[in-house]
Design a protein. Structure first.
Length: 168
């Protein structure tokens, strides 16, 4: 009997957030793995994960300065040697000459204010995230710039996508 693919296909947000979770598996950060996917017209145009810049030593090799100084999450981003997943995805698009104007960014963690500024200036129109991040400035800037930044309400839907992929 032919399978009806329409009844159990995941919706787009779950699908792309599952892909962001896969990207996060590449992290070189010792504190938190984050993945980001940039999508235009339901097509992935760039991916990123957080970690040291290309060619630089990873935190696993040199340690985490923020951790050793006891800096809480959401503070003092400038002393971290790693680039955030959203930064890396935007840089990947730029390095290949791919416009992301009007895109949606799917990320496993709500963007910080630094990534927020990059996302706004790159012309992204929507951000969907799974886990909140303690950065009120980011929320303020997104609202002022008219960029929709929304939490994804169904973590189970993302887990279903990942689980389904494992059983195929």
């Amino acid at each position: 009997m032919a399978r009806d693919w329409t009844e159990d296909r995941p919706e787009w947000d779950s699908y792309f957030l599952a892909m962001a979770m896969i990207a996060a598996a590449r992290t070189t950060c010792l504190r938190r793995g984050v993945g980001a996917i940039i999508v235009t017209e339901n097509r992935i145009v760039a991916t990123g994960y957080n970690g040291a810049p290309s060619g630089a030593r990873h935190c696993a090799e040199v340690g985490c300065l923020r951790r050793s100084l006891g800096i809480p999450s959401g503070e003092r981003h400038e002393i971290c040697r790693g680039a955030h997943a959203e930064m890396n995805a935007i840089a990947q698009a730029a390095s290949s000459g791919t416009s992301i104007n009007g895109c949606t960014v799917y990320t496993t963690v709500e963007p910080c204010s630094i990534c927020c500024k990059l996302i706004i200036n790159a012309g992204c129109r929507r951000v969907v995230y799974m886990t909140p991040y303690p950065d009120e400035l980011s929320r303020t800037l997104f609202a002022e710039a008219g960029v929709r930044c929304e939490p994804y309400p169904d973590r189970g839907g993302v887990r279903d996508v990942l689980g389904k992929a494992l059983t195929m």
